[in-house]
Design a protein around this ligand. Structure first.
Ligand code: AVJ
Ligand code: FE
Length: 436
């Protein structure tokens, strides 16, 4: 497939997902705020169109603006999510017409792309700017999916249940000490914060073969983990108390049994499925209770990409091929994480499972640039977020599209957030004496 065709296919596939998420509810529901943590769905929709207009119609295409007058309404830096319902937003019909108008112009820009690569135009090289917009829309689609999860009322989304476990997976996997290549300089649609590739020496460690499950997490709750300050950091304990945390978001206790509400349906938790909707502080407290810790970003990525046979870093745990439904639970094909052992074809060479898909995994690292980082194409995508305010998340969830998920992909959020599809796995350092 040529680059023009690939770009157009991905843009259209992505727009179908945005349509599923916004056509599932009526207009009143689209403009409503389902949680102060989230924008109204109609804001996400028009913001998707506005970013596409800014980056592809105006910057790449050099065309006249479609609706310069609304730029400020859809600038995420100008208005906090909780304030967005009060803005004079486009109504649902206007928002749909706007994104369609922008898209028509973009497809025209795509048609006129030079067939031969032009290294002097880095922004469009290998379709990068278009890939960035595809990923941006997919990221907002996942955000809209999280909004659906917070929405009260009858279920409106449906999907097949995830596959069953095919193989028992548990315990930990030893990753021997040694360097690996972290990040990428070659992945065409990798964003600025994933670049450049650089060598990192990682001491020996062990990492869970699978994400922490609901049953394991329920054992932490039952053991009094939420009531014992020793397991929590000072900031974590403060948040645990002030927010009244007692269990993952969307969990309720019915008699002795935990239930979870998932897109409007309440059912007993699935014991062997990864826990989802926990914040960084909860993940870290669990790890401390278990006598372990959360992995660093380098540890997560080495487990996901390092091939001990060749010494090179793969694009994904299973190799360099793009994800399929055999490899990982991605793309909103299912509306929950899959039980551990459901994706043996997606395991890493050393036997670490479900690193990609199911749940975003909390990492005990701040969002910092790699050595040699340079902001591209704008400081606002990554650079303005660097520092200590965010913790990293890796691997993608059942709601992450394959276009927005790679072994190198870096996500971040505030350590108190748990409306996202976040889970975790634990790790521990392994001393040389233990290896001898
Ligand atoms: C990378 C997922 C943290 O959703 O805030 C969307 C992606 N950036 N629009 C977010 C993003 C601008 C970002 N995350
Ligand atoms: Fe955005």
């Amino acid at each position: 497939m040529g680059i023009r065709e690939q770009v157009a296919t991905e843009l259209e596939r992505t727009r179908r997902r945005s349509a599923v998420l916004t056509d599932a509810v009526d207009d009143a529901d689209l403009v409503r705020q389902h949680s102060p943590l989230m924008s109204p769905l109609v804001w996400d929709l028009a913001h998707i169109g506005n970013q596409e207009e800014l980056w592809l119609v105006r910057d790449v295409g050099g065309r006249e603006p479609v609706r310069q007058d609304i730029d400020h309404l859809y600038d995420a830096f100008q208005h906090a999510r909780r304030d967005r319902p009060q803005l004079p937003l486009l109504n649902p019909a206007e928002a749909r017409a706007y994104v369609a108008t922008v898209r028509d112009k973009v497809l025209d820009v795509v048609d006129r792309l030079p067939a031969a690569p032009d290294p002097s135009r880095r922004l469009v090289q290998d379709g990068f700017a278009f890939g960035m917009i595809v990923q941006h829309e997919q990221q907002h689609d996942e955000t809209m999916l999280a909004t659906h999860q917070l929405r009260a009322g009858l279920p409106v989304l449906s999907a097949d249940p995830p596959p069953a476990s095919l193989t028992p997976v548990g315990g930990e996997v030893l990753i021997p000490a040694g360097p690996f290549d972290m990040g990428t300089s070659t992945e065409a649609w990798a964003l600025d914060n994933e670049r450049p590739a650089h060598r990192v020496d990682v001491p020996a460690y062990s990492i869970d073969a699978a994400p922490v499950t609901n049953a394991q997490y329920a054992a932490f709750i039952d053991a009094g983990g939420y009531d014992d300050e020793r397991f929590w950091t000072p900031a974590g304990w403060q948040h645990r108390v002030s927010a009244g945390l007692e269990a993952p978001l969307h969990w309720t206790r019915d008699g002795g049994e935990w239930h979870a509400t998932t897109f409007g349906r309440t059912a007993p938790i699935v014991p062997d499925a990864p826990v989802v909707h926990v914040c960084f502080h909860e993940a870290k407290a669990y790890a401390t209770w278990a006598g372990r810790r959360l992995p660093t970003e380098a540890e997560w990525e080495k487990a996901a990409r390092h091939d001990p046979a060749t010494g090179r870093s793969r694009r994904y745990p299973w190799g360099d091929d793009d994800p399929t439904s055999r490899h990982a639970n991605l793309g909103q094909r299912h509306l929950t994480p899959a039980p551990v052992g459901a994706y043996p074809a997606g395991a890493s060479p050393l036997g670490v499972h479900q690193l990609i898909g199911d749940v975003w995994e909390w990492i005990d690292s701040d969002f910092l640039p790699y050595p040699g980082f340079s902001a591209f194409p704008y400081r606002e995508y990554s650079e303005v977020f660097f520092g200590g305010d965010y913790k990293m998340l890796r691997g993608g969830s059942f709601g992450t599209d394959r276009a927005a998920c790679r072994g190198t992909f870096r996500n971040w959020d505030h350590p108190i957030r748990r409306q996202i599809f976040s889970g975790f796995r634990t790790a521990r350092s392994v001393s040389p004496s233990e290896l001898a």
